[in-house]
Design a protein. Structure first.
Length: 312
């Protein structure tokens, strides 16, 4: 007699418990009652023939066997999602369905809008809903199942950890530039690379960073630490246009990726930085097993084409 395999729904509950930490949090996320979650996990222990949970006061923790099963479960569930993806999402006239796409603001105009225009023309049965979010919130929404595909970024000097259950594909890698008011006394001049010791001359300058995410603050702090000083952050704004405007008005200096500079301005200059500053990287993110679903695969290709890169 062949032993029955563990129930996929119960495996998913175990993965959620590993991620969220408490039965009540799992119940809130899944819609089950707390007692139902507990019962399902007890049945899962019987199915696999191992103790998966151990009490710690009024809570529980995963045993080593439970942690190992979670590692297996993430891969199992991803493969199931992949199989479902291959079997669904294609209508009689091409991909059909809804894709909820989250994007950082800086990629909406150059990548997302051209991709959506092309998709509307070539795949009218495919419906894409756009949401603007910072990467931290985007990843939370993806884990909760509220977003299907996303564009996020990180800095090579401040790498971002992607939670288990999600995977990324790099879309672009952009150089970082020092953004200064035109005529600034510490402007090294056109074509000059700003070495880290030279950056130390800006120890008394006011720095401009992002108001919503923590990555930009951390990047500025790490770069300035390499140059030997602690930055004085005076402005936090969401809009890259406002960063250019503030710098051009002489109200601060900033680190910007190539995609964020406004080269038509004559009140601000952009100077290449020491390679130790690193790069800004853009990624597409999807849940494991979802890359092959025809609607998502089609949106990925459209975004990659808009960015001038391959979709692999």
């Amino acid at each position: 007699m062949i032993d029955p395999l563990p129930d996929l729904g119960r495996l998913r509950l175990l993965v959620e418990l590993s991620r969220l930490g408490t039965m009540s949090a799992v119940a809130e996320r899944t819609g089950y009652g707390t007692s139902a979650v507990s019962k399902h996990l007890a049945v899962l222990e019987q199915e696999v023939g191992a103790r998966l949970l151990a009490p710690v006061g009024r809570r529980v923790r995963l045993t080593p066997a439970g942690e190992r099963l979670v590692e297996h479960a993430v891969g199992i569930l991803a493969r199931v999602e992949e199989a479902r993806s291959e079997l669904g999402g294609a209508g009689a006239h091409g991909p059909a369905g809804r894709v909820r796409l989250a994007s950082i603001a800086s990629t909406v105009e150059p990548l997302v809008v051209p991709a959506l225009v092309r998709l509307r023309q070539e795949h009218p049965a495919l419906e894409v809903h756009l949401y603007e979010h910072e990467p931290e919130q985007t990843l939370e929404l993806m884990l909760a199942g509220d977003i299907d595909l996303a564009l996020i970024y990180d800095y090579s000097l401040v790498p971002r950890a992607v939670p288990a259950g999600l995977s990324v594909r790099q879309l672009a890698e952009l150089s970082m530039l020092l953004t200064l008011p035109a005529g600034h006394p510490h402007d090294p001049g056109p074509g000059r690379i700003v070495a880290l010791p030279e950056l130390g001359r800006l120890a008394e300058a006011g720095w401009i960073t992002n108001s919503r995410g923590s990555d930009d603050d951390e990047l500025v702090r790490r770069v300035c630490a390499l140059a030997g000083f602690t930055p004085r952050i005076v402005h936090r704004v969401d809009s890259l246009h406002l960063v250019n405007l503030l710098a051009g008005a002489g109200l601060g200096v900033a680190l910007l990726a190539e995609s964020g500079v406004e080269r038509h301005r004559d009140d601000v200059v952009f100077r290449p930085l020491d390679p130790l500053v690193g790069t800004r990287r853009h990624f597409l993110v999807a849940r494991d097993g979802q890359w092959g679903w025809p609607p998502i695969a089609t949106v990925v290709r459209a975004v990659a084409t808009a960015g001038g890169v391959g979709a692999g």
